[in-house]
Write a protein of this length. Sequence first.
Length: 370
Amino acid sequence: MINFTSALYLGLHHPSQFLQPWQQLTLGVPAALEEPPGAEEAAGRLAQLQGCEHGVLLPSTLHLFWDLFAMLRRQPAALFVDEGVYAIANWGVDQFRAKGGDVYTFRHHDPDALLAQIKRQAHKKQYPVAIADGFCPACGHAAPAGEYLEIVRRYGGLLVLDDTQALGILGESPALHSPYGKGGGGMLRWSGNFGPDIVVGSSLAKGFGVPVAVLAGSHKLIKRFKTASDTRVHGSPPSIAVIQAARHALQVNEAHGNWLRHRLAQRVVQFRKGLEAIGWDAIGGWFPVQTLRGIIGNAAVRTHQYLSRYGIQAVLSRPRNSGEAHLSFLITARHSAGEIDHCIGILSTLTHSIKAVNRSGKPAYSGFIT
């Protein structure tokens, strides 16, 4: 099987023989009492990579956003949520709302809508907190982070980014020949936006291939977070094994990350050009998540089944704002040129069986080759 379902974009696997050995997985105490060995060093390096002053590791982004929004609830804050925000951040928002906090949504990637919402609530004298994903694979675009930041700064607020998709992939100085930029520091490095009024929560489980999360921001905010965090008191911290994997990911990124990103970009370009050659298209631009355009609903389901019969695994999903199924291909640096070509070859056999999008904008399904 050729697997296009893995979000390990750089292809990092962290075999145990490449990690520093450990004598125990956990100290048996919460992080609020004592950090596991290597946790503070790894968090500091990740914060620096992202362009932030300080960082802290947590077991997952669920722990991270649960505690972050609980902390913000302790002051007169109001949350302004981009409607495209990923589910896990929204779970933290739901907790904020359940405790009586004010939550408002605004149109996806629309700074004017954010500004209008904040203006509408300005009389309440609340601290505005804007929340967005750094990069949205559903639409294939980066958030307008600079415009969001300018708006919240005008009102003395805070910008919260979930940078899970971008960390390890995007970096500073993006160019035509290097769309991901360099370094893998994520959206802040890619967009050039920094400051004490930005906080970034990210999982390393995609670009860096490690199931752990990091919250990065100013020294003051991270110190306050550590004091306020409930899961650092009542839950287990990241295991020492996972922390060693995070340190290994940082080492690989420093030594080989730019080469891996270059290879990944080549595979994405190859995939998109292959689709174009057979008359197909995908949402995603140069990002490694490529969603077939116009192949939705029943056509997406049947295409997924057809690909499976020929040894190709793809992602069949139903976006939150759409009841229709969509079909996506997750490209990684481990994919070979031959695997990409083979996938395109299989898709090409469907060009006479699936019509992409008709003039009305709705997909038309016309049966399958058997």
